[in-house]
Design a protein around this ligand. Structure first.
Ligand SMILES: *[C@@H]1O[C@H](CO)[C@@H](O)[C@H](O)[C@H]1NC(C)=O
Ligand SMILES: *[C@@H]1O[C@H](CO)[C@@H](O)[C@H](O)[C@H]1NC(C)=O
Ligand SMILES: *[C@@H]1O[C@H](CO)[C@@H](O)[C@H](O)[C@H]1NC(C)=O
Ligand SMILES: *[C@@H]1O[C@H](CO)[C@@H](O)[C@H](O)[C@H]1NC(C)=O
Ligand SMILES: *[C@@H]1O[C@H](CO)[C@@H](O)[C@H](O)[C@H]1NC(C)=O
Ligand SMILES: *[C@@H]1O[C@H](CO)[C@@H](O)[C@H](O)[C@H]1NC(C)=O
Ligand SMILES: *[C@@H]1O[C@H](CO)[C@@H](O)[C@H](O)[C@H]1NC(C)=O
Ligand SMILES: *[C@@H]1O[C@H](CO)[C@@H](O)[C@H](O)[C@H]1NC(C)=O
Ligand SMILES: [Cu+2]
Length: 553
């Protein structure tokens, strides 16, 4: 009798918590290896994790510990960043080359030991050194804690959709050539959806990504923009989506037939398969590139010969902000419920105003005598050769200065059209924040060489996006319209082209945290800086000691 009872309990438990996802410590082995891959009818070697493109999906639960060993078997220096994971007091696992660690050199290994504290949703991992993340990336799915359900109806099935870019040539060579000539690097040759470009008749192996669905169900699509340099519009012909989560924070449900996902952002969509039968085009169309990736939503039971219902993918004018995007940006709200409160700081200790944009630098060896650079507050970031976190923790002098300005050095009409001196300053400068201080940061786009939207990403935190607008930020009028009640919580925000965006957060995570544009070419040009958050006085308020296998420079 007793034995039967125990067996029943075990069975019930097994149903609640699938055996594959019930342990607290999850170990992964990531072998960084070269693999020949065929795309666009040609074969080339790419750097991959475990031979996969995109890399393997990590599935875990909120509060789990991950132990991920990265073994570098390629000729490149490598680091892997867990994008959106807060790494509380544990910047050593953040994986940002020369900011939180030295690279994992060829033949070396490094164990990333971190917890998924207080986070659930979709994030991703990617290389954080030069342009290796073009092919070194994959999904992180963080399920709610055991026994906790989603704040929306349970979907029939979950599908990960990783959007990326593909170059026919070697991406590191593309970057090096651009840095040597001073010119803009060449655009990718296609977008990809889960590694597929689009169905191509001339090479039958190119069939495009196929999403098989049963009729009359609800699916959750965990869509990740892992592209290097593109914003991507995602659509499925004939179907609507409900946005329920972005950057691993739940949102109030928002219905739309199109989503725009900036590089570095993730969006969870509910998809209801209410058309019952047929084949429908899926499109991932970028802002700048004209090459669109397409796939097919295929209702199970529909013959392969059935014609696919196509859609006209969006082709926005380059860099422009569009009413559709502005509508979604303005409309997204966090839940701000009892279970998921929005804890927006109301009293601000550090009010920062950062201008962002492009500039130029003279370069006698470059093709046209100058090279494009990028800046934050007129400072082009110089990457150090020792990691900033090591310099901070071990008090190594001369690696950085902590005089990053809270405001731009010169005021001007940021979004006006009058020409201004395009030159920038250079330096490895950080902005220092006391432990637990509250921060408001207004990011202001500047029109110096180009009008462009910048997806700004902050490591170590998620933050509330409390307002945005076109033109120059007005410190008197604009704060009156800030949403301090239920703003969306993110780790990457698109600063509108020719506009501004304001965020707030509490600096409760001691360490050194990179902030940068997630358009990789802008990072390469120096649109980056770091925040240093000091230790607090309490027992759990200082940076943890570094692990023994931390890579050395
Ligand atoms: C890739 O293909 C080339 C040419 O076929 C071959 O020489 C090389 O060994 C292959 N590399 C890998 C990692 O398979
Ligand atoms: C999508 O939403 C629009 C507008 O709300 C509606 O007219 C349309 O019927 C919806 N389509 C589907 C397939 O649900
Ligand atoms: C139909 O298409 C799918 C996906 O493209 C493929 O896996 C399957 O083999 C095809 N079935 C037939 C009968 O051709
Ligand atoms: C944006 O929102 C406005 C006001 O709600 C609406 O009139 C307009 O149709 C929306 N535009 C798009 C492209 O969704
Ligand atoms: C940026 O710094 C450079 C170099 O000091 C200077 O020439 C330029 O005027 C500055 N521009 C602005 C907008 O502050
Ligand atoms: C951090 O600040 C919050 C309010 O902003 C306060 O409630 C909390 O006690 C502070 N924590 C520490 C450790 O100072
Ligand atoms: C510090 O962290 C440890 C381990 O997580 C915990 O047991 C302890 O209660 C914390 N102490 C304080 C003062 O928060
Ligand atoms: C790899 O990283 C080490 C340590 O920073 C550096 O000395 C070396 O030059 C790097 N190698 C390459 C190929 O960039
Ligand atoms: Cu940018």
């Amino acid at each position: 009798m007793m034995a039967t009872w125990i067996r029943v309990v075990v069975l019930v438990m097994a149903c609640l918590v699938p055996a594959s996802v019930d342990s607290k410590v999850r170990r992964y082995n990531f072998d960084v290896v070269t693999k020949n891959t065929t795309k666009l009818c040609s074969t080339k070697p790419i750097v991959t994790i475990n031979g996969k493109f995109p890399g393997p999906t990590i599935i875990a639960r909120e509060d789990d510990t991950l132990l991920i060993t990265v073994n570098n078997h390629v000729d490149y220096n490598v680091t892997i960043h867990w994008h959106g994971v807060k790494q509380f007091r544990n910047g050593w696992a953040d994986g940002t080359a020369y900011i939180t660690q030295c690279p994992i050199q060829p033949g070396q290994s490094y164990v990333h030991n971190f917890m998924l504290t207080g986070q659930r949703g979709t994030l991703f991992y990617h290389a954080h050194i030069f342009w290796l993340r073009a092919t070194l990336h994959g999904a992180i799915v963080i399920l709610p804690k055991p026994g906790v359900s989603y704040p929306f109806p349970k979907p029939r099935e979950e599908k990960v959709i990783v959007l990326a870019e593909w170059w026919k040539s070697d991406v590191e060579a593309v970057l090096n050539e651009a840095l040597q000539t001073g010119l803009t690097p060449s655009r990718s040759d296609t977008q990809t959806i889960n590694g597929y470009a689009k169905p191509t008749l001339s090479c039958p192996s190119e069939r495009g990504y196929t999403l098989q669905v049963e009729p009359g169900r609800t699916y959750i699509l965990r869509v990740i923009n892992a592209a290097l340099n593109e914003f991507i519009y995602f659509k499925i012909a004939g179907h609507n989506f409900t946005i329920v989560e972005v950057d691993a924070s739940y949102t109030k449900p928002y219905n739309t037939d199109t989503v725009l996902i900036a590089s570095g952002q993730t969006t969870n969509l509910l998809l209801t398969t209410n058309l019952g039968t047929g084949k429908f085009m899926i499109s991932a169309s970028p802002f700048k590139n004209k090459i669109i990736a397409t796939g097919t939503l295929h209702y199970i039971g529909t013959s392969n010969d059935t014609a696919t219902i196509v859609l006209t993918p969006i082709r926005p004018s380059e860099g422009a902000s569009t009413p559709l995007v502005d509508n979604i940006t303005d409309a997204l709200r966090s839940l701000n419920s009892k279970e998921y409160p929005a804890t927006v700081p109301l009293k601000i200790d550090h009010s920062l105003f950062f201008t962002i944009g492009l500039g130029m630098k003279s370069c006698p060896t470059c093709t046209i005598g100058i090279r494009v650079v990028a800046h934050i507050n007129n400072i082009t970031f110089d990457t150090p050769s020792t990691s900033l976190l090591q310099a901070h923790y071990f008090n190594i002098k001369g690696v950085y200065t902590d005089d990053f300005p809270a405001n731009p050095p010169n005021k001007f009409d940021y979004t006006g059209i009058q020409p201004i001196n395009p030159h920038t300053m250079h330096g490895t400068r950080v902005y220092r924040l006391p432990y637990n201080s509250t921060v408001q940061l207004v990011l202001q786009d500047t029109v110096r060489l180009a009008l462009e939207s910048h997806p700004m990403h902050l490591h170590g935190f998620s933050f509330y996006a409390i307002g945005s607008g076109l033109g120059n930020f007005d410190p008197v009028k604009d704060p009156k319209n800030f949403n301090l009640i239920d703003p969306v919580e993110r780790n990457t925000v698109s600063v509108p082209a020719g506009g501004w965006l304001a965020i707030r957060f509490t600096a409760n995570n001691p360490g050194v945290w990179f902030m940068h544009c997630h358009i990789e070419v802008h990072t390469s040009w120096g649109m980056t800086m770091a925040l240093v958050v000091d230790n607090g006085n309490g027992p759990n308020e200082s940076v943890l000691p570094p692990p023994p296998d931390l890579p050395k420079c």
